[in-house]
Design a protein around this ligand. Sequence first.
Ligand code: ADP
Ligand code: MG
Length: 291
Amino acid sequence: ATPTAIMVGTGLGAKRGVLFKNATALETAARIDAVVMDKTGTLTQGKPEVTDFIALRIDEGELLSLVAAVERESEHPLAAAVVTFAEARGAPALSAADFRNVPGHGAGATVAGRQVFVGNRKLMLAQGIDIGPVAAQREELAATGRTAVLVAVDGQAAGVIALADAVRETAAAAVAALHDAGIEVVMLTGDNEATAQRIASLLKIDTVIAEVLPEDKSAKIAELQAAGKRVAMVGDGVNDAPALAQADLGIAIGAGTDVAIETADVVLMRSDPLDVPVALRIGKGTLRKMR
Ligand code: ADP
Ligand code: MG
């Protein structure tokens, strides 16, 4: 690339808050075939709120106190939403012992002498818990695009918590703009399949890769590359950093974690999904000027 073309491209990006870290990033942006987008915090705002709380065998207020005690120890965004909800409901605070965090699954602890687990289906299966009693509610809530989290107390299913995370306003327009440029759009998420499918269909995303463990996200990028695609990955979380590094072009959401921002080749300062097609377009413009 000529130094002038690169300066122009970098300058155009900077004006829009699209920061290219180097000349290679600009050149790679011109040649992307597929864009992989993390769901939570990238396509959505990453600020989940509890919309439904269903208690099964235990009094609702009591269950809320048990769950909040576990989630207070967790750093997961879903956990923070559960704690906020419990406090708003005035659920008495309890303390948790033996807290265990299981990345990509959920968490568990001993609260008031009871074994409490909160997380996804995989976590419950790993704990040998029969999710039959909550299966119908879980599926119904997930089908609406909400994240359904399960609760177990002393080895038995005890509740379902639904959380909604608003889709970013420009997410659908960003997908449409990428399609117009002939680029395939993929959603990559640790969230459950039904929730991911619902949001993907709202946004008209081509492919969904759901229920991916944090440590497996980069392997999914490598699979797409092995199929001959040049891949850009857009993410915000600590979990996304290895995938951002694996991708041909790593794009971080400016509102994301420091690790994601440090790892990426491009940073979207305005945290606007529409800046993804803008970044790729700037890359193409730069390349054209080189020839
Ligand atoms: P994402 O890729 O969407 O950021 P994670 O890999 O962090 O998701 O988590 C995957 C899933 O594990 C979540 O959608 C949720 O169902 C469950 N989970 C993880 N941590 C927690 C927690 N502290 N409380 C409740 N559920 C959790
Ligand atoms: Mg995320």
